[in-house]
Design a protein around this ligand. Structure first.
Ligand code: AMP
Length: 216
């Protein structure tokens, strides 16, 4: 019997954009996560299953062996810290960027002059802290878990640090993207113990994913 493999994915863009990579490995997910509430999805390979977790939880599941491998955004990996994870591939999927945005009319340039203080709301506190520290800007960090766009509009914060893809969400909320912090894409992460214990099947999946990474 081959060893069972568990792959952690998050619903949405990461799930959708991982399907072609799985196809290259000869794996088809046989259930649609949008049509059911199941958190464990079967595939056409009896020894491969997919578990659906929050994007920010993918690194944790893989770190502690709840999944053998997973697909996680660089944003989630930085916030997690990456301990215990082998990170063999940038899959170049689910691309976006982390940016700073403010309310229209807010004097951002003035607010980030050396030695100033800025109230920043974000889910990405590590990324935001490092970025503003490198600019010499003191931040009062407000941790949020969603709807970050509301923070500057309600006076909760001066600025937000959030993922931006098309920019439509910022525009719809009359926010201005004032700085791009970093480009984001999703990476394949593998549990280090599983890499030794299930070397054959994991290497086949890693090699197949590598061969199917989108060209730019
Ligand atoms: P957009 O309106 O296309 O700029 O998308 C911005 C919204 O989608 C924000 O709420 C982001 O948090 C979210 N978002 C954009 N790209 C991604 C991604 N690759 N992964 C997860 N969330 C994303």
């Amino acid at each position: 019997m081959t060893q069972p493999i568990t792959l952690a994915l998050s619903k949405g863009r990461i799930f959708d954009e991982t399907l072609p990579l799985l196809a290259a490995a000869g794996i088809t997910v046989t259930e649609d996560p949008e049509k059911s509430r199941k958190l464990i999805l079967s595939t056409d390979q009896p020894d491969v299953r997919v578990v659906l977790v929050r994007a920010t939880d993918v690194p944790t599941y893989v770190q502690y062996g709840g999944a053998d491998l997973g697909v996680a955004g660089k944003d989630s990996l930085i916030e997690h810290g990456g301990q215990g994870l082998f990170r063999p591939l940038d899959l170049k999927i689910a691309k976006c960027r982390v940016s700073v945005a403010v309310r229209a009319g807010f004097d951002y340039a003035g607010a980030v002059t050396q030695g100033s203080r800025l109230k920043v709301a974000t889910k990405y506190t590590s990324i935001a802290r490092d970025f503003f520290a490198s600019k010499g800007v003191h931040v009062d960090m407000i941790k949020l878990y969603g709807s970050m766009e509301l923070a500057p509009l309600t006076g909760l914060a001066d600025a937000i640090v959030d993922l931006v893809s098309t920019g439509n969400t910022l525009k719809a909320n009359k926010l201005i993207e004032v700085e791009q912090i970093m480009d984001i894409s999703s990476h394949l992460v593998v549990n280090q113990a599983a890499l030794k214990l299930k070397q054959g099947p994991l290497k086949r999946i890693i090699d197949a994913f590598a061969s199917a990474i989108p060209k730019v």
